[in-house]
Design a protein around this ligand. Structure first.
Ligand code: HEM
Length: 395
C-alpha cells in the first residue's frame, strides 16, 4: 500500500495535472489578499473562516465547472448561501430525530439513511437548491472542456462517454480517469468494465466535488491560521521559508510551492491535529462510514505525550520514516481515498504563501484559547477563527 505520509511524493509528480489550475487559484487568492488588506487597514480582528469559504467556493466553481462565482466580494452570493445552509442543515443537533434514532436503533441504519435521502428529495433543502443550480450549469456547460465534458448521454453510448468502473480495483486507476477526464481510456486494462456516465452520476459527482472542495479546504486553512497565531515560533519559521523562496516581487510558481517543505509540514501537522472528518460508533452493514481518524491522530502511543501540540517537524522525512504508514490519514486511505488531495494542498499552500508574504497572524483577546468545535458533516470551528492580521514590514 502507498505510504500515507507520501503526499509530498505524490504532489511532486512531474505529471501533476493540478499545476494547470494554479493560475485560476492565484486569481482568487489575489482577491482574498485584497480583502484581507482592507481588514488589516481597519486594524480590527477578523473572523477569517468566511473569507476562506469564499475563496474555496470561488475556486472550485471555476476549476470544476467553469462558473465564475464571486462570493469573496459578495457575501450574499446565492451559491455561497446555499452551501453554508447545506452544512448547517447537516448539523446533527438540527437533525436530532433522524440521526439520534439511528444511534438507538442501529439495525435500522440503512433504512434510515434511505428515508433521509427521500425526505431530502421531497422537501426543499439546501441540497436540492444546489442540485438545481448544478443541473442548470451542466446543461449550459455541455460543450465546455471540463469535468462535465464526460458527455452526458443516457441512451447513446459513445467512446467519449465511457468511464471505467471498478468494483475491486485501486483508487489509482479510477483516479486516472477522474483527474484527467480527457485521458483516453486504456483498453489494455481488460478487467475494467466500460459503460456510460448517466446524467444522475454527473449531477451527483458535481455535487460531491462542489461540496467536498468547498468546506474541507476552507476549514483546513482556518485551523492552520489559528495554529499559526497560537504558535508564533512555528509561524516565524514558516515566514523565513516563505521569504527565502518568495522574495519581493517573485511570482509564486508550482515548482516553488513544491520546494517549500516546511509549508508542507505545517499543513500535514494541521491536518493531524484537526483531521476534519471522524466519528466513533457502531454502524450496521451498508451505511457509509469514516474511520475514527481523530483518535488515531491524537494517540500518545504514536505521537508522544505532546500529541496536542502543533509541531510540524513531526512531518520531516526522518520522522515519517519511523512511523506507521497509516498513522496519518486526513484524506482517508486505500482505493476510495480523497481524489482532491493534491488539489487541496496546492490551493492551501498558494493561499498561505500569498497571505503570509504580506501579513502575519496574531492572536487577540477574541481568539479562543481552546478552539471550540462542532460537527456539520465535517468538524469545523464552532465560532470561527478570529485573529488579527498584521502587515509585515520589510527594510
Ligand atoms: C484539506 C482538504 C480535504 C480533506 C481533509 C479531504 C478529506 C477527504 C476524506 C477523509 C475523504 C473520504 C476518504 C475515504 O472514504 O477514505 C474524502 C473523499 C473525497 N474528497 Fe476530499 N478532502 C479535502 C479536499 C477535497 C477537494 C478540494 C476535493 C475536490 C476537488 C475533494 C474531493 C473528494 C471526493 C470527490 C471524495 C470522494 C472519493 C470517493 O468516495 O471515491 N476533497 N476527502
Amino acid at each position: 500500500m502507498r505510504n500515507q505520509y507520501d503526499p509530498p511524493q505524490d504532489y511532486n509528480e512531474e505529471n501533476d495535472d493540478n499545476k494547470m489550475m494554479l493560475p485560476l487559484i492565484e486569481e482568487k487568492v489575489n482577491t482574498l489578499v485584497d480583502k484581507l488588506s482592507e481588514a488589516a487597514e481597519e486594524g480590527k480582528p477578523i473572523n477569517i473562516v468566511n473569507l476562506y469559504q469564499g475563496l474555496t467556493l470561488d475556486v472550485i466553481a471555476d476549476v470544476a465547472f467553469g462558473v465564475k462565482v464571486d462570493s469573496l466580494n459578495d457575501p450574499y452570493e446565492p451559491f455561497l448561501i446555499s452551501c453554508r445552509k447545506m452544512f448547517e442543515f447537516l448539523d446533527p443537533s438540527k437533525l436530532i430525530f433522524l440521526f439520534r434514532l439511528g444511534e438507538f436503533l442501529p439495525e435500522l441504519g440503512t433504512s434510515l439513511w434511505r428515508l433521509f435521502q427521500v425526505v431530502m428529495l421531497v422537501i426543499t433543502t439546501p441540497q436540492a437548491e444546489i442540485l438545481k443550480k448544478l443541473e442548470h450549469v451542466i446543461e449550459s456547460r455541455q460543450k465546455a472542456k471540463l469535468m462535465l465534458d464526460a458527455k452526458v448521454d443516457d441512451v447513446n453510448i459513445t467512446e467519449d462517454s465511457l468511464v471505467m468502473t471498478t468494483d475491486d480495483d485501486s483508487r489509482q486507476k479510477t483516479n486516472k480517469q477522474l483527474d484527467s477526464p480527457k485521458t483516453s481510456i486504456d483498453k489494455s486494462v481488460d478487467h475494467l468494465t466500460l459503460r456510460a456516465t448517466s446524467t444522475y452520476e454527473i449531477k451527483s459527482q458535481s455535487f460531491l466535488f462542489l461540496t467536498a472542495g468547498y468546506e474541507t479546504t476552507s476549514t483546513a486553512l482556518s485551523y492552520c491560521t489559528y495554529l499559526l497565531a497560537m504558535y508564533p515560533d512555528v509561524q516565524h519559521k514558516l515566514l523565513e521559508e516563505i521569504d527565502h523562496f518568495l522574495p519581493k516581487e517573485t511570482k509564486t510558481t508550482y515548482d516553488i510551492l513544491r520546494q517549500m517543505s516546511y509549508l508542507h509540514m505545517v499543513l500535514c501537522e494541521t491536518l493531524r491535529l484537526y483531521p476534519l472528518a471522524s466519528n466513533g460508533m457502531d454502524i450496521p452493514e451498508g451505511v457509509v462510514i469514516l474511520a475514527d481518524v481523530w483518535s488515531v491522530h491524537h494517540d500518545p502511543d504514536i505521537w508522544g505525550n505532546d500529541q496536542y501540540s502543533f509541531v510540524p517537524e513531526r512531518f520531516s522525512k526522518e520522522a515519517i520514516a519511523n512511523r506507521h504508514p497509516m498513522a496519518w490519514m486526513p484524506f482517508g486511505l486505500g482505493p476510495r481515498n480523497c481524489v482532491g488531495l493534491r488539489f487541496a494542498l496546492l490551493e492551501a499552500k498558494t493561499a498561505l504563501a500569498e497571505i503570509l508574504r504580506r501579513f502575519s497572524f496574531e492572536k487577540c483577546s477574541e481568539t479562543e484559547h481552546q478552539l471550540q468545535l462542532k460537527e456539520v458533516g465535517v468538524i469545523v470551528p464552532r465560532n470561527g477563527v478570529i485573529v488579527k492580521l498584521v502587515p509585515r514590514k520589510f527594510d
